[in-house]
Design a protein around this ligand. Sequence first.
Ligand SMILES: Nc1ncnc2c1ncn2[C@@H]1O[C@H](COP(=O)(O)OP(=O)(O)OP(=O)(O)O)[C@@H](O)[C@H]1O
Length: 692
Amino acid sequence: MATRSGTDRELVVEQEYLTALYARLDVLREHAATRLAAARDAGAERETVALWQAESGRLEAVEDGLCFGRLDLRDGRRVYIGRLGLFRDADDTPLLLDWRAPAARPFYTATMASPHGVRRRRRITTRGRTVLTLDDELLDPDAAGSVGDGALVGEAALVAALTARRTGRMRDIVTTLQTEQDRIVRDEHPGVLVVQGGPGTGKTAVALHRLAYLLYIRPHLRTRRVLVIGPSQVFLDYIGQVLPGLGEHAVTTATITQLRPDIRVSRLDPPGTIEAKGRPGMAGRIAAAVRSRVRTPDEPVEVEFEQQALRLDPDDCRGAIEAATRTGLPHNQARLVFQRRIVELLAQRLIDRMESVVFTEAGEAIDGGSADGRLSAADLRGLAAAGVVIDPGHDDDGPRSLLDETDAARLRAALLADTQACLALDELWPSLTGQQVVADLLACQVEDWAPADIPLLDEADAVIGESGGATFGHVVVDEAQELSAMAWRMLMRRCPAKSMTIVGDLAQTGNPAGASSWDGLLRPLVGNRWRLAQLTINYRTPAEIMAAVIDLFTTHHPDLRPPRSVRAAGEPPWRRRTTLADLPETVADLAARHTDGQLAVITPRHHHARLAAALSLPTSPEITDPVVALTPDQAKGLEFDSVLIADPAAILATPLGHNDLYVAMTRTTRRLGIVHPGPPPAEISRIQERTP
Ligand SMILES: Nc1ncnc2c1ncn2[C@@H]1O[C@H](COP(=O)(O)OP(=O)(O)OP(=O)(O)O)[C@@H](O)[C@H]1O
C-alpha cells in the first residue's frame, strides 16, 4: 500500500532537488541553443545542425514530468528517476537517471518478494516545475504498510492516469509502467517480438516505450532509422506525441499505404477481393507474371542494325536468358545481363562479317577473306585505302585481325544505343514497371489503385528491381493483426535485420486478409526467429463493460484468454431500441446530451456518412474533437471517455463483424451505450435496455 508522504519538510526537500534539476536542464538547453546557432552561422554540415537541433528538441520535450521518482536503496544510496539522464557539470555525478537505464529498472519491478535492493519507492507528482505530491511504498518486509506482491506498482498514480479525461492524444506511461509491461519494454530478443494482448492492455504504449528503450541501449539504431506502422493516419495522430514526449523525435511513422507515397490510392475493394489480394500465394503469381514476360522465340529473330539484318537463333536467345536468370538478379537488372549477352553475340557476328570482307589492291571488297581466315598485308593496304583501317599504329605486314577489343566495345555500345536493335531485344526481355505487371495480373487500370494493391505493387517492384525505398534498423507494427501476408512481405523487405516489435490482438482482426495465427503468419517469413509475449491486464475498459463483451469474445475466440480489467467504473453499459429511420435522429439526440468527456459514435461503414451528417461531423475524423464519428475500422487502437454504438447488427453482418463489434465495445474508458434498430442481436441482449 502506498502512503502519501506530504510532510512539509519532505516536500521542501524534493522541491529543492527538482529546482536544481531544472536549473541543470536550463544550462544544457542554453548550451544546445548556442551550439545550434553557431553551427547555423558557420554554415556547418547538415548533420551537425541536425544533431544540435535534435538535442534541443530532446531537452525541450522533457519539461513536463522531468523527474517522477526516487528510489531509496538498502545500501543507503538514493537515486532520482526521470525522462532523461542529468549529470553534475563539475564531476559527472548522476543527478537524474534516465528511466531506461538499468539502475532505474527496480522503479518498475521491485516488489516485496523481490525488492531488488530497494527500501522505498517514491512517486513524485509535479505540475510544471512544482512538486505537488509524494507517494511512498516501503518494500521493507518488516515495515508496516508495505506493498504486497501482486499489487499494482504505484496504484494511486496508475488509477489517476487511467481515470483522467481523454484528449484524443495518447500520453506516455513512463511514470506508471507496470511490471509485465516493463519486461516487454526491456526484452533483449534480437529478432521479432510479438506482443499479443487484449484491448487496453497497453500494447501500443509498450511498443512505443520499447522503441524508446531500444534507441537508448542501441544508439546505432538512430542512424539505421526506426519505423512505426499504424493502421490509419488518425491512429498515427493519436500516438504522435508519445515518442517526442520521451525525447525521441527521429522516428518515422506511416501506414502501409503511406510507405508508397508514389502510388495514388483512389478506391476501396470489397472484402472478398481484399482477402484474395492479401494471400501469400499472390507473391508466386506476381513472380510468375514477371517471368512470363521473358520470351524464348521458336523461330530465328532478325535484328536490324544500320541497314543490316543480324540473325539470332532460338538457341542464342535461350543461352542468354539462362545466363541472365542464373544471376538471380531482379527482372530489370537481369535484363541488362541478357542484353549484354545478346549484344556480344551480335557484335561478334558483325565483326566476323567485317573480317570476312577482303579487299583487292585497288580497294574493292571481295567477299570470302583469306585462306587462313585472317587479313593479309594486301588486305590491310586495301582497307587503309578505303579509310577502314582503325589501328594505324600496327604497320607490320603480318596477318592480323581487323578490329581490336576497343572497336568491339564501340560496336557493342552502338548496338545497345540503337533503337531498332533495342526494340527487338525488348520483345524478348522487356523492361517492366510494377504498376504494369499488377494491372495486367488483375486486369485493371494502371493508376486506379486500392489499399490492398499497395503490397502487390511493392512486391512486383521488388521482383523487377525497381523499388528500393528506405530500410530501417527496427520496425514497430501496431494493430499488427490487420496486416495481410502480402503486407508483411512488404514490411520484411524494409527491415533487413528482421528486428521488429509486433503488437496486436487476434481477437480484434477486422481485415479479411488479416492474421488468425501469429505462427502461421511469421514462420514462413522469419522461421523461428520470433517470440511471443503476452499482456493480460486491461487498463482501459472497465470491468462492467468487459463482462458485457465476454460472450462475444469466448464464442469466437475459445483459444484466447480475455484480459482482466484493472478497475470498475461503476457504470454498467446500456442499450436502447429505435427504428432504422429514426437511427440518425436518436444518435444525434443522445450525442447532443453528452457533455462529459470525449465521445465516439461508432457506426457500420454504410451508415457512416449519414450519421456523421446528422451529427454535423466530418467523415474524416479530427481526433481531438469532443465528438467524433468513426467506423469500427477507424476506431482501431483509439480510446474515448464514452462510446455510443449505432446499429450493432449491421456491424456483426460484415465479415469478421464479431471482432469489429468487440473493438467498438472496448474503446471506452468509462461509458458504453448501444442504439439498435429493431430487436437487439443476441451478442448484446444481456445488456440492460434503458435510457442513460
Ligand atoms: N502502465 C500504465 N500506466 C498508465 N496507463 C496505462 C498503462 N498501461 C496502459 N495504460 C493506458 O491504457 C490505455 C490502453 O493502452 P493501449 O492503447 O496501449 O492498449 P492496447 O493494448 O494497444 O489497446 P487496443 O488493443 O485496444 O488498441 C491507454 O490509455 C494507456 O495509456
